[in-house]
Design a protein around this ligand. Structure first.
Ligand code: GUN
Ligand code: FE
Length: 423
């Protein structure tokens, strides 16, 4: 973490409605934190090391609020299925392999090296039920320089024998031991409680996780209202719950006093949404996953306008790529189809809203993250779009829009996380 200055075309959000663009501006980093944007560098910063990125675009680092590290190995497979069949046919057999540390080592090395090269600087990850492999993933994430939460998954019902944990107690004991081993071990990588979803967790397990959230002051992540079959199943499993989210809320795992991420929320009822708004639950919107698995399209602009906390997520391997630029484009595209074909009351997402969700929207889960305004942690990606050829003059805004649709890791010239340059 250092103090230095960079110069380039700065593109960032101050709110969910518009992208600010500062051409050829100086951005000061002091002790890892943004400390000012200037057209002319003030004298007081003249002695700091300066890197001039010329005509390149400088964006805030992006937050992937929900992805499955062990699923990176089968991205792009099984996309002709819906959620529950896909879990049984692809996900559970693959996740079982992480009982072996040799396999986990190879697979997680590949995952982490891809994520490190991507526009993502912060991530909230699912691992598997296996504590040793989850700790190994945390070591690799720490070494990568990225900042993340990583969760050992809990499942004590409705999972195949080869993956299901033996009982709620066994799951909770393994989880507590894993928390104690990892909570203070890393500076950038922290544990997060991870009940997979209501169908795979008994009430006893959920209540035990609530106690662990209190005892160790931990955030929580899970899945919510993704797929019609899943939602109907939750209705059968929890006849007393008023709606899917209530099954988490009645055991104290739905935000409020503990930060909480719920992935998907494609088919959330008004009651469920109102409770999420009240409890500050983050919605991890995963448009690539929701289209690949034919789950549906969440009415995201309505969520944003309603004051909900919405961020973007790749949901690898429901989503086929970790590239959040592609996720942004996917979110916009899906919202247009929803608007055209289903419901003209909910406007399509704008580029600005998608950019907000990928930066400030998700970054706020990590504190002051996702913008270049004063006091924000210095996370940045520098995009070199010179190989995205065009014959005409383009504004900076137009170049940024093109990058959202066309750029990938090959266009990243530099990446900073909390004031440290990774490459
Ligand atoms: N719901 C429960 N588990 C999963 C998973 O691994 N991926 C997705 N997309 N949804 C889930
Ligand atoms: Fe998921």
């Amino acid at each position: 973490m250092g103090s230095f200055v960079i110069r380039g075309n700065l593109c960032y959000c101050k709110d969910c409605n518009s992208i600010s663009i500062k051409p050829h501006a100086y951005l000061v980093c002091r002790d890892g934190v943004c400390a000012g944007i200037f057209d002319t560098l003030p004298e007081q910063y003249a002695a700091l090391p300066l890197t001039d990125f010329g005509d390149r675009l400088v964006l805030p680092g992006m937050t992937d609020l929900h992805l499955h590290a062990p699923q990176f190995s089968f991205r792009g497979l099984g996309m002709d299925m819906e959620l529950l069949d896909w879990l049984n046919a692809y996900t559970f057999p693959e996740e079982a392999k992480y009982a072996g540390l040799d396999y986990a080592d190879r697979a997680y090395s590949q995952f982490v090296s891809h994520l490190r090269r991507s526009v993502t600087t912060r991530a909230v990850c699912f691992a598997t039920v296996h504590a040793p492999a989850t700790e190994l993933l945390m070591e690799k994430m720490e070494q990568s320089g990225l900042v993340s939460y990583v969760g050992k998954v809990n499942m004590d019902r409705n999972a195949p024998d080869y993956l299901c944990e033996a009982s709620a107690e066994a799951s909770l004991d393994a989880t507590e031991a894993w928390i104690c081993a990892t909570k203070e071990r890393f500076s950038r990588t922290k544990p997060i409680l991870t009940p997979r979803f209501i169908p795979s967790c008994t009430d006893g397990l959920l209540r035990g996780l609530r106690k662990l959230a209190e005892k160790y002051d931990l955030p929580v992540q899970s899945h919510l209202s993704e797929n019609f079959g899943e939602i109907a199943w939750v209705g059968e499993l929890c006849p007393d719950a008023r709606f899917y989210g209530d099954a988490y809320d009645r055991v104290g795992l739905f935000g409020g006093d503990h930060p909480c991420v719920m992935a998907h929320c494609v088919h959330s009822s008004d009651e469920e949404l109102e409770l999420m708004r009240k409890n500050g639950v983050y919605i991890a919107h995963s448009p690539l996953s929701n289209t690949n698995l034919a789950s549906g399209v969440a009415p995201v602009s309505r969520y944003l306008e309603g004051g909900l906390r919405v961020a973007l997520a790749s949901d690898v391997a429901g989503g086929e790529t970790e590239n959040l630029l592609r996720v942004m484009a996917g979110a916009i595209r899906a919202s247009k189809l929803r608007w055209r074909l289903l419901d003209q009351q909910v406007k399509p997402l704008t580029v600005d809203q998608a950019f907000y969700m990928a930066t400030l929207g998700g970054g706020s889960f990590f504190g002051k993250v996702g913008s270049f305004e004063d006091g924000y942690e210095f996370d940045a990606v520098v995009l070199d779009d010179t190989t995205l050829e065009h014959p005409q003059e383009l504004s900076l805004r137009a170049r940024l829009e093109r990058c959202i649709y066309l750029a990938d890791e090959r266009h990243i010239a530099a990446k900073f996380v909390a004031g440290t340059r990774l490459f």
